[in-house]
Design a protein around this ligand. Structure first.
Ligand code: PLP
Length: 423
C-alpha cells in the first residue's frame, strides 16, 4: 500500500520512470502513447531538450526568489510574451502554480476591482451548469460539476447558473443554431436581471468546455453575445482557458476564434506544457490601474508566485511553439485527427458525437445513438475505457456521468502538438 493518497484509494497507478516525445514508460517496462497530454497539459511531448536546457540554465542562475523581494528575468519576459499575444488591453499578468489557483486569482481580482470602484455590493459570479473551474473552494463554487461539489456544497459561495452551450444535447429539433444561441443568451440576460446586475461581479465560462463534457466548442456568435451582455450590464467576463488556451485549439487563446476579448483570462496546463507547475491570469490593464490608483496592491499572493524555473520552462515551451510553427500544426493535425476519428468511429453505434477544436477533441459515448441516451452511470464506462486503454498502452482522458447524472461518458483526446498522423 502506497503512502500517497492516490486518486483511487484502492489502486496505485503504474510508476512512470521515463518519458520522451509521445511516449511514457513505466517501471515494468511498458510504454504508453500519450494521446491526452496527461490531462491536456503536455503540448511539446516529454523530454524536449530545449525546455530542459532552459530549466537547467535557470536552476543554475536563480532557482527560487520570493516575489516580496525580487522579480526575475524569465517571469518578466514570459509576462511580456503573453501580453504581446493576448487581446488588446489585456496587459497585466499574475503568475500562479496551476489552473485552480488561476481561477481563484481571477475571482479575487474581479472582486477587489469592484470594491475599489465603489461597487462593493457586487458579490456574485454567474457561471454555467456544465463547467469545471478547479478544485479549490472558490473555483469549485463557480464550477458546475455537481459530483465534485456535492460533499463541499455547504462550504461554497452561491452561484447563479445558466445552461452551457452544448449543441449536441440541447439544441431542439427544428431549432436553428442561431435560434439555439439566442435562447442561451436570453437565459443569461434573464439570470443577470433576476440576480440584479448591480450585484454581479462577473460571468465565468470555459470557451471550449473541457473536463465536464469533453471538448465542447461554442456555437457561432455565442461568446460575442456574452461579451455584449457583460458590457451592457457592466459585469466582467472571466474566460477560463486553463485547458483550451495556450495553443491547444490552434490559436494562442481559444476565444480568438470567436473574435472576443474577455476582461480576465486564466491559463495554466499548456503554459509550461507540464514541465513545471505554472498558471497565469492575464487581466485588462484598466482593472489593475484601478487598484494601482486605489489601495496600491492586489490582496492576494502565494509563496511560489512567479517561480523562476517554472517561468523559464513556460518561456521555453512558448518559444518552441512559435519557432516550430506549432499553432498552425495544431490546426492541421486537429483536422486530421477529426477525420481519422470520423473514419474509425463515425458509424459506431455507441458514438454519439465527435467534436472539438484543434487538438482538443472528444468522443461522446451513448447507449442509444438515436435517442442519445447515455450509459447508466453505475457502469462506470469511462473508468473501464481508461483501464482498457492503459492495458493496451494508450493514455486517453475519459470522464463521465458528471452533470446531475444527466450526461454520459466521453473520451478526451488532447495529444501533444508534435503528434504525427502515425502516432
Ligand atoms: N479550469 C479548467 C477549464 C480545467 O480544465 C482545470 C483542470 O482540469 C482547472 C481549471 C483546474 O486546473 P488545475 O487542475 O491545474 O488546478
Amino acid at each position: 500500500m502506497s503512502n500517497i493518497i492516490h486518486r483511487n484509494l484502492h489502486h496505485t497507478p503504474p510508476r512512470a520512470v521515463g518519458a520522451h516525445g509521445m511516449l511514457v514508460r513505466d517501471s515494468e517496462g511498458r510504454t504508453y502513447i500519450d494521446a491526452s497530454g496527461g490531462a491536456a497539459v503536455s503540448s511539446l511531448g516529454h523530454g524536449h531538450p530545449d525546455v530542459l536546457a532552459a530549466m537547467h540554465r535557470q536552476i543554475d542562475r536563480v532557482a527560487y526568489a520570493h516575489t516580496a523581494f525580487f522579480t526575475t528575468e524569465p517571469a518578466e519576459e514570459l509576462a511580456e510574451r503573453l501580453v504581446a499575444r493576448a487581446p488588446a488591453g489585456l496587459n497585466q499578468v499574475y503568475f500562479v502554480s496551476g489552473g485552480s489557483e488561476a481561477m481563484e486569482t481571477a475571482l479575487k481580482l474581479a472582486r477587489q476591482y469592484c470594491v475599489e470602484t465603489g461597487e462593493a455590493r457586487r458579490t456574485l459570479f454567474i457561471a454555467r451548469r456544465q463547467s469545471y473551474h478547479g478544485n479549490t473552494l472558490g473555483a469549485l463554487a463557480v464550477g458546475g460539476n455537481e459530483w465534485r461539489r456535492r460533499d463541499f456544497a455547504p462550504l461554497l459561495m452561491a452561484v447563479p447558473r445558466v445552461a452551457p452551450c452544448y449543441e449536441y444535447r440541447d439544441r431542439g429539433e427544428g431549432q436553428s443554431v442561431e435560434q439555439y444561441t439566442v435562447g442561451l443568451l436570453r437565459e443569461l440576460e434573464t439570470t443577470i436581471l433576476e440576480t440584479g446586475p448591480e450585484r454581479v461581479i462577473g460571468f465565468c465560462a470555459e470557451p471550449v468546455v473541457g473536463a465536464t463534457g469533453g471538448a465542447i466548442p461554442p456555437t457561432p456568435g455565442y461568446f460575442a453575445g456574452v461579451r455584449a451582455l457583460c458590457d451592457k450590464y457592466k459585469i466582467l467576463f472571466i474566460a477560463d482557458e486553463v485547458m483550451c488556451g495556450m495553443g491547444r485549439t490552434g490559436t494562442m487563446f481559444a476565444l480568438e476564434q470567436d473574435c472576443v476579448a474577455p476582461d480576465i483570462v486564466a491559463v495554466a496546463k499548456g503554459l509550461a506544457g507540464g514541465y513545471q507547475p505554472i498558471g497565469a491570469v492575464i487581466a485588462r490593464g484598466s482593472l489593475v490601474d484601478q487598484l494601482r490608483r486605489g489601495s496600491g496592491s492586489f490582496q492576494h499572493g502565494h509563496t511560489y508566485v512567479g517561480h523562476p524555473v517554472a517561468a523559464a520552462a513556460a518561456l521555453a515551451v512558448q518559444q518552441v511553439i512559435e519557432r516550430d510553427g506549432l499553432l498552425e500544426a495544431v490546426t492541421a493535425r486537429g483536422h486530421t485527427l477529426r477525420r481519422m476519428l470520423g473514419d474509425m468511429f463515425g458509424e459506431h453505434p455507441h458514438v454519439g458525437d465527435i467534436r472539438g477544436r484543434g487538438l482538443m477533441m472528444a468522443i461522446e459515448l451513448v447507449d442509444n445513438r438515436a435517442s442519445k441516451a447515455p450509459f447508466a452511470p453505475e457502469r462506470k464506462l469511462h473508468a473501464a475505457i481508461k483501464n482498457q486503454a492503459m492495458a493496451r498502452g494508450l493514455m486517453v482522458y475519459p470522464m463521465g456521468g458528471t452533470i446531475d447524472g444527466l450526461h454520459g461518458d466521453h473520451v478526451l483526446l488532447a495529444p501533444p502538438f508534435i503528434a504525427s498522423s502515425a502516432d
